[in-house]
Design a binder for this molecule. Structure first.
Ligand SMILES: C[S@@+](CC[C@H](N)C(=O)[O-])C[C@H]1O[C@@H](n2cnc3c(N)ncnc32)[C@H](O)[C@@H]1O
Length: 228
């Protein structure tokens, strides 16, 4: 499977490290995160690890073949088919203390709508990882998708800037938005060099204020005539 390629494993390991740090930070405030929803779970890489820690994990993905593979690879978790662009917004398929949304947002036609669905699903916290545009300010770019097992399910997707994502999170009703330090992730996609701009960001959105190394409050540039 494309998900088993070494480049994919490397980014998963890096994101797993960031997720572990963010979970530990949140758990200091709210106690143990018992249940999680894993959105765009693919073949269950994160669900397998989180359920092996004794957490109750439910993965959702739009592709039935990935859900079947996830059921094989992560037998301690449960999985269902769910298409975030096709489902009605009020058809949110459940709630959990924490929602993980890694690698999904930039494959969607309607990422802002998906962030609202994330808010509806997250009782306490959302951990979000996405490819991002390098520009400052609240912007999105329409891109063609290349549908395959790791990609989107439609021919178009909207890629957003970090500011646009943060606006979407605040507009959806999360009180606090934090960005995870790209250097701390330990993967080149999350940092800029002279030759190459960073391509990805990790956010944590919640209703409790936290202070932890690696997590900085993220305030997007204000949009004219708009207040949260
Ligand atoms: C890049 S993979 C990320 C997989 C996993 N979360 C990870 O980080 O390893 C994107 C996943 O999103 C799923 N996906 C794409 N569009 C979707 C949609 N509209 N609804 C639900 N899942 C979708 C794909 O099937 C794929 O499993």
């Amino acid at each position: 499977m494309l998900f088993d390629e070494p480049f994919y494993q490397a980014i998963n390991e890096a994101r797993w490290g960031a997720l572990q740090c963010m979970l530990a930070t949140v758990e200091e405030q709210i106690g143990r995160v018992e249940d999680l929803l894993d959105l765009g779970c693919g073949p269950g890489w994160f669900a397998a690890r989180l359920s092996a820690e004794g957490r109750c994990v439910r993965g959702l993905d739009g592709r039935i073949e990935l859900i079947e593979e996830a059921r094989r690879r992560a037998p301690l978790a449960s999985f269902d088919v769910f298409d975030f662009d096709a489902a009605a917004m009020e058809a949110v398929p459940g709630q959990a203390d924490a929602v993980i949304c890694f690698g999904l947002l930039y494959h969607l036609e309607n990422p802002l709508r998906a962030l609202r669905m994330c808010r509806g699903m997250a009782r306490q916290v959302l951990f979000l990882e996405s490819m991002t545009l390098p520009e400052d300010g609240g912007m999105a770019r329409l891109l063609p998708e290349n549908p395959n097992e790791t990609q989107g399910m439609r021919v178009l997707a909207l890629l957003m800037t970090p500011d646009a994502i943060a606006h979407g999170l605040l507009a959806s009703g999360f009180t606090y938005v934090y960005r995870y330090d790209g250097e701390a992730v330990g993967h080149e996609d999350f940092t800029s060099t002279d030759e190459r701009k960073k391509r990805r960001d990790i956010f944590m959105a919640c209703d409790v204020q936290v202070s932890a190394p690696g997590l900085s409050p993220y305030t997007p540039q204000s949009l004219a005539r708009f207040k949260y």
